[in-house]
Write a protein that binds this ligand. Structure first.
Ligand code: NAP
Length: 295
């Protein structure tokens, strides 16, 4: 086993993502010698101790980061500005501050200015997840063969970037560096827009008259079911993602609505070739995902 990368890793927020990192750190032993966890509620911290996935828990995030050489923000992105304000006076010079937030421009905007001199800020996003949340939801293989995107602002200490990259490699992830704005546009189309569509379609089905609604549930296996899985995700997390990637999401939604209009026209006018071509393109994308082992 290699030496632990860090002496003390502080995880601020311990849901699906934070608790997966904590489980890996405890199980592999090559990420951090000690894991300290903070969350919003004592109930979550009690559960973390029951699960045995941290060495210590602290309700005060400032106390949790005291003496940590790596701090990872694992709460919803809307809480980052407040959390950064609370932990900033406790961050040790030379420490690395990183995060797992699903939006990156907003995280750099909200957290960047609060990072004390001498602390290295390396924003990151593991592109892996499930619809489950909370400390019970995590598991050690979550990041296996999934990408983690690092979006360090210009001038970030290269050794710190490499250490965060190594942390994610030790979690089983593949790592790529990306410009934050580009990250947000890519994630808007591959993740944020599909979630928006899933929440919307579930709402539309729920608005149907009682009788039809019952039938939606009975015959859900015909396609609707896949949307409901995505739509089961945490409301606060997704509220924060939509509001913090507003421009990229609205741009992708506008493009989608144009394409949906075109499809609607094709259906209305019986343009069979158009419809067939779109379905064929969908199948090709699915086949590529399977070939790239990302399905
Ligand atoms: P989660 O399961 O919903 O857990 C959120 C955690 O953050 C909980 O421990 C919660 O504490 C804590 N928290 C919430 N508000 C807080 C606050 N104001 N101060 C301190 N702690 C707070 O979340 P998750 O799915 O792990 O997501 C965490 C982050 O990862 C988010 O930024 C999300 O965008 C990003 N992410 C998520 C996924 C995904 O698919 N889930 C994938 C990649 C990245 P309590 O339990 O005490 O309330």
């Amino acid at each position: 086993m290699s030496e632990p990368l860090f002496k003390r890793l502080a995880l601020i927020g311990i849901g699906l993502i934070g608790s997966s990192v904590a489980r890996i750190a405890k199980e592999h032993g090559d990420i951090a010698a000690e894991v300290v966890v903070s969350a919003r509620t004592q109930k979550t911290l009690d559960r973390v101790m029951e699960l045995g996935i941290a060495d210590r828990v602290e309700i005060d995030p400032g106390k949790a980061v005291d003496g940590a050489d790596c701090v990872m923000l694992c709460a919803p992105v809307g809480a980052f500005a407040d959390l950064a304000t609370r932990i900033a006076p406790h961050l040790a010079p030379g420490a690395i501050l990183t995060d797992v937030g699903s939006t990156k421009v907003s995280v750099i905007r909200d957290v960047g200015p609060l990072v004390p001199e001498g602390v290295h800020f390396v924003p990151a996003h593991p592109v892996a997840g499930t619809e489950y949340s909370g400390p019970d939801a995590g598991f050690t293989t979550l990041f296996q063969n999934r990408w983690t995107l690092l979006t360090p602002p210009p001038g970030t200490d290269e050794a710190a970037v490499e250490k965060v990259a190594e942390l994610w490699r030790r979690c089983g992830s593949m790592v790529e560096i990306m410009e934050p704005g580009h990250h947000d546009r890519v994630l808007a189309i591959v993740s944020h827009l599909p979630h928006l569509l899933a929440f919307t379609i579930c709402g539309t089905a729920d608005d149907l008259a009682d009788e039809s609604r019952q039938e939606v549930l009975r015959f859900a296996a015909s396609g609707f079911r896949d949307f409901t899985r995505i739509a089961a995700s945490d409301p606060v997390m997704w509220r924060d993602i939509f509001l913090n990637n507003r421009e990229a999401l609205l741009e992708m939604l506008a493009r989608f609505m144009e394409d949906a209009q075109a499809m609607s026209r094709a259906v209305r006018w019986g343009d069979a070739a158009y419809i067939e071509d779109k379905v064929e393109r969908g199948r090709k994308i699915r086949r590529s995902l399977i070939e790239m082992k990302q399905a």
